[in-house]
Design a protein around this ligand. Structure first.
Ligand SMILES: [Zn+2]
Length: 258
């Protein structure tokens, strides 16, 4: 689909370009993820009004498209500046992490309306009273699931056996959770409790736009974070850039063997 009709967008990423221009990565309902060029964005308050910042929600008017060129923004209107994130470094770091994960898991130009709603609910949740570690875990779980790359959690990835023992190895390279027989003596991935795996399975049944009012034990949060971080790194083949920023703020995830 061509970028032509006005549409709503969430700014996932901004990069300054040249003296005064900016290249933005947007998420829209109609066009999915798309990169766009904002000429003179850093000077023109009339056309861009300081709205081109990560995590803001905007209405976009497009320039007529040149053949083979990057889409160009004519004008934008700020709908929601995500100002609540600016006062909370933890929330800001998790927002950056979630948005980077979106750009890594989906190609540009694939319309996915549910993804727009999910990212909007995620950014709203980070500005509300919800627990930030819980929001992060839910977002990682939902993004991996929606992208079709979530490893098997609630049963052995190789023989399909249920969660029969208390401690299990989860190795995303081998497809997910491994029963003791299939695991053998291998040491890859992370060790998790069956209780954590059961909680993650139940969380997949929750309405994906709900982030608030979900209480998780510290065990589920800690092991779930390790498991999902491992799954993300195996899926992408490397850690995310924003993961390093998160670790500087929150400390490293203990015990991850990617
Ligand atoms: Zn097995």
């Amino acid at each position: 689909m061509e970028a032509s009709a006005p549409c709503e967008a969430i700014v996932l990423r901004c990069t300054n370009y040249g003296e005064a221009d900016r290249i933005v990565t947007l998420l829209t309902r109609e066009l999915g993820i798309c990169s766009a060029f904002a000429r003179n964005a850093r000077n023109s308050r009339r056309r861009f009004g300081g709205a081109l910042h990560p995590f803001s929600r905007i209405r976009v008017l497009w320039q007529p498209r040149r053949r083979n060129g990057l889409a160009q923004l004519a004008e934008v209107e700020l709908l929601n500046g995500a100002h609540g994130l600016m006062a909370d470094l933890d929330a800001l770091a998790v927002a950056a992490y979630g948005c980077e994960l979106v750009t890594e898991l989906w190609p540009e130009g694939q319309a996915i309306p549910e993804l727009f709603d999910l990212v909007q609910a995620f950014l709203d949740a980070l500005q509300g009273p919800a627990d930030i570690a819980t929001v992060r875990l839910l977002m990682e779980l939902r993004l991996l699931d929606d992208a079709g790359v979530l490893p098997h959690i609630g049963h052995c990835a190789e023989c399909w056996a249920g969660l029969s023992t208390e401690k299990l190895r989860f190795d995303a390279r081998r497809g997910g959770t491994l029963c003791p027989v299939c695991c053998g003596g291998e040491q890859g991935g992370v060790i998790v409790d069956a209780q954590t795996l059961g909680s993650l399975v139940r969380l997949l049944q929750v309405d994906p736009l709900v982030f608030a009012g979900i209480r998780l034990s510290s065990l589920t949060l800690e092991q779930g974070r390790r498991l999902l971080q491992h799954a993300v790194e195996v899926t992408l083949g490397r850690p995310l850039k924003s993961e390093r920023f998160l670790e500087q703020i929150q400390g490293p995830t203990p015990g991850v063997l990617p």
